[in-house]
Design a protein around this ligand. Structure first.
Ligand code: C5P
Length: 232
């Protein structure tokens, strides 16, 4: 797996998602399936997209006791996805259990990456509500280090944090970054954004792009523009 653009298919139904993917005619973009689509449609949506030949990032962000996460990851490992994820806040022990569950009897497994702190969490909420009294960047890097030590393959982080994640955890530790916008595009609710070219520059391994592609008048052209700026 190398640098790639992952399309966040944040659609409410299988019908809308498959209709959207039909537009790509022969191209097989890497697809992210999130909670909305998975909870609405169940594992069958993963199988359908898989059968069409797309790589899949199943973004379910698990966070529970280690035993539950291990058993759930064992179920997900049967879905033939390429990337799964969880919350690093679930602790080192939970992440180790997740890896155990995800590993198939033949030793293969999807990549496992950790959400550090959600990009929607402010410094104020971190301190006042979660009672973590440290700068956000230190928290993100500490969680990333913990994920690496537990044997995970990378983290989901803001593109602004990708460079430091690589310098602390090594260049092979994946930085998967949402919050990508074209310079001339609408930011929507994303606060801290980067263009695909900037994300390439700072060393993101995968960019996760939703609305700049899904809401574009020509999604295929928008996807190709992302690929040209980020990969080529
Ligand atoms: O539409 P947009 O490009 O903002 O979509 C970004 C995708 O990445 C969404 O599916 C969102 O849930 C996800 N994401 C994010 N920020 C995070 C983690 C995931 O935007 N920190």
């Amino acid at each position: 797996m190398g640098k790639d653009v992952i399309i966040a298919c944040d659609f409410p139904s299988a019908e809308k998602t498959l209709e959207f993917l039909d537009r790509f005619q022969g191209k097989k973009p890497f697809v992210k399936i999130g909670m909305e689509l998975f909870y609405g449609e169940g594992p069958s949506i993963v199988r359908k997209i898989n059968e069409r030949g797309h790589k899949i990032f199943l973004d379910l962000k698990l966070h529970d006791i280690p035993n539950t996460v291990r058993k759930t990851m064992a179920v997900l490992s049967g879905l033939n996805v390429d990337i799964c994820n969880l919350h690093a806040a679930g602790t080192f022990e939970m992440m180790r259990s997740a890896l155990e569950g995800l590993t198939r009897p033949d030793g293969t497994r999807p990549l496992l990456i950790a959400v550090t702190q959600l990009t929607s969490t402010s410094q104020e909420a971190l301190e006042q509500e979660i009672l973590i009294h440290a700068p956000m960047e230190d928290v993100v890097l500490s969680y990333a280090r913990n994920a690496r030590d537990a044997g995970l393959d990378g983290v989901v982080c803001s593109p602004l944090e990708a460079e430091r994640v690589h310098s602390v955890c090594g260049k092979d530790f994946l930085a998967v970054t949402p919050g990508v916008r074209f310079a001339d595009g609408d930011r929507g609710d994303q606060k801290r954004v980067m263009t695909p070219a900037q994300a390439k520059e700072i060393g993101s391994d995968y960019i996760v792009v939703g609305r700049p592609i899904t809401a574009a008048s020509d999604p295929v052209a928008a996807y190709e523009r992302c690929c040209a700026d980020f990969i080529d």
